[in-house]
Write a protein that binds this ligand. Structure first.
Ligand code: NDP
Ligand code: MG
Length: 383
């Protein structure tokens, strides 16, 4: 049976790669719906090529002119269109590949409609972890994030054995070898220069600050029902080991591969089957050496903040995520130095971490308060 897939965020880095793997396997998958935020030109091109029945431009409140040859597709507009598409698209699967907490309501809507969610959009799970997991019985939420896909793949061989520890690998980003003072004043261009992965702007900045790994610690907690102390971050600059799990007998099972998001994207779509991705293969002889280091908590306070937020529970992780989103975009806009990002997140956590996160309303409130604190700090910086 061909699986119908709705792609939320089809014009982004993950969305475009998802389309490429779908086009490689037309006998297995077809696209039921596509969404972009602002990039109408690329969305139109994708609709023309893939012929979904439903599409949305979520960043446009007003309808825009649709090219005459796309009349077979119904277009929706505005932020609510993301949830509408998640709920109403035909087919079994929704690939959540938008960036930021904007994906949360759409993921919940997809589950209300009984769709399987393929999750790249980690911010959704960070902000709404407990609520999202309650809506996702086993098999209805598959990870796309490469580390979490790796852990999921390693656990396929575990039988009834529960793992003891998750070894969550991290490239360390472009500032791994820099000292703390130099990191503080890093430029946007330097922060966007990721050594091993080519990704959207927000996750690239998050990788440089290691807030990406902070978000991934929280994501791993929810996906694999882990206690915080069971998750160990391992810096591995080559990005070949995508993560590993350790069992009671000391055995460690890891998943290795070339750094290529098409592998985890396609695995989520085709699970439990494995299909060719058209990407380059791992050549261990060419890689030669794999190295592993402990993360430096002084240079990258984000990691510690994630553990603290997890232990605190409630809306702490939601607050961490919201403040980080604001700080990340303020840095990209040249409004704050790089070193302010963790300080802004810490200030938001200090003020709002004890809020509850039982419902979407709770999460909306914590998210809004964290953003307000972050925005005030950013404004002061520029006054
Ligand atoms: P991109 O910035 O490349 O793409 C984001 C997509 O979401 C685009 O289609 C964009 O539309 C759309 N979008 C942006 N803002 C909104 C919004 N407010 N509401 C609805 N749609 C929006 O991001 P990535 O593809 O890099 O990342 C997507 C998600 O996947 C993130 O959560 C990221 O953390 C995660 N991820 C990404 C990886 C990667 O390799 N890129 C790896 C692992 C996880 P438009 O183009 O019109 O702006
Ligand atoms: Mg990742």
């Amino acid at each position: 049976m061909r699986r119908g897939i709705a792609i939320l965020g089809s014009t982004g880095s993950i969305g475009k790669q998802a389309i490429e793997v779908i086009q490689l396997h037309p006998d297995r998958f077809f696209v039921t719906a596509l969404t972009a935020h602002k990039n109408a030109a690329l969305l139109f091109e994708q609709v023309r090529a893939l012929r979904p029945r439903l599409a949305a431009l979520t960043g446009n409140d007003q309808p825009v002119d649709i090219p005459a040859d796309l009349s077979f597709c119904e277009f929706r507009f505005g932020p609510h269109a993301l949830e509408e598409v998640a709920q109403e698209a035909e087919g079994q699967d929704v690939l959540a590949a938008v960036v930021g907490v904007a994906g949360l309501k759409a993921v919940m809507a997809a589950r209300t409609a009984g769709k399987r969610v393929l999750l790249a959009n980690k911010e959704t799970l960070v902000a709404g972890g407990e609520m999202v997991m309650n809506a996702c019985p086993p098999g209805t939420l598959l990870p796309v994030d490469s580390e979490h896909s790796a852990i999921f793949q390693c656990l396929q061989g575990a039988g009834p054995n529960k793992y003891e520890q998750i070894l969550l690998t991290a490239s360390g980003g472009p500032f791994r070898t820099w000292d703390k003072e130099r990191i503080r004043t890093a430029t946007v261009e330097q922060a966007l220069g990721h050594p091993t992965w080519n990704m959207g702007a927000k996750i690239t900045i998050d990788s440089a600050s290691m807030f990406n790994k902070a978000l991934e610690i929280i994501e791993a907690k929810w996906l694999f029902n882990a206690r915080p102390e069971q998750i160990q971050v391992v810096v591995h600059p080559q990005s070949i080991v995508h993560s590993a799990v350790k069992f009671a007998d000391g055995a460690v099972i890891a998943q290795l591969g070339a750094p290529d998001m098409k592998v985890p994207i396609l695995y989520a779509m085709s699970y439990p089957d494995r299909l060719p991705t058209g990407g380059r293969e791992l050549d261990l002889f060419q890689v030669g050496t794999l190295t592993f280091e402990r993360p430096d908590p002084e240079k990258f306070p984000a990691i510690r903040m994630a553990y603290d937020a997890l232990r605190q529970g409630g809306a702490a992780c939601c607050v961490l995520n919201a403040a980080n989103e604001e700080a990340c975009y303020a840095f990209l806009a040249g409004k704050i130095p790089f070193g302010r990002i963790p300080e802004i997140v810490a200030a938001a956590l200090e003020r709002h971490a004890s809020l509850p996160a039982r419902s979407l309303d709770d999460i909306d409130r914590a998210d809004a308060l964290a953003r307000e604190t972050a925005k005030n700090m950013i404004k002061q910086e520029n006054s």
